[in-house]
Design a protein around this ligand. Structure first.
Ligand code: ZN
Length: 157
């Protein structure tokens, strides 16, 4: 299990990587030039201390222009279960894009597909219809219900 935590700025994005835990040094982002864009694709795990640190970080950021990009599944789950992790509601919304899990019935292969919040808000269920499996090319479908992945929308009005 990964326990390391890293943040690196490149290409205008703060890439957060590893485990969101007691080692999460998010304080480095205070004073960063807004908009603060976080790429969360490589956050693999969270624990309760890491979540507390993240919520405190978002409180500290206040109304700073801040965006979440390419949220991994664990980060999407965090935003869905802990509204405070989104900080103060802002317009436009902070969660810009995220990965949703797909699986094929034929081979049991699982893979993640990147979606933008704008695309889901525009097309709804039609955006997450069946697609070819990345491994066997047979039909793969979204695991679970779209609505369950999108509860963060009501926290971030
Ligand atoms: Zn497959």
């Amino acid at each position: 299990m990964t326990t390391h935590f890293d943040i690196n700025l490149h290409g205008g994005f703060w890439h957060v990587e590893g485990a969101l835990n007691e080692n999460a040094r998010l304080g480095e982002l205070f004073g960063a030039e807004p908009p603060v864009r976080l790429n969360l694709a490589r956050v693999k795990t969270t624990n309760s201390l890491g979540i507390k640190i993240f919520v405190r970080f978002m409180e500290g950021m206040g109304k700073t222009e801040l965006e979440f990009h390419e949220c991994s599944y664990v980060m999407l789950e965090l935003f869905n279960s802990f509204p405070a992790a989104l900080g103060q509601p802002t317009q436009p919304k902070r969660v810009k894009s995220f990965y949703l899990p797909f699986a094929c019935a034929a081979g049991g292969h699982q893979f993640a597909v990147l979606y933008t919040t704008a695309q889901i808000e525009k097309d709804g269920e039609a955006a997450v219809g069946p697609r070819p499996c990345q491994k066997c090319k047979k039909e793969a479908t979204l695991e679970g219900r779209l609505d369950d992945y999108m509860t963060f929308l009501s926290h971030d009005p």
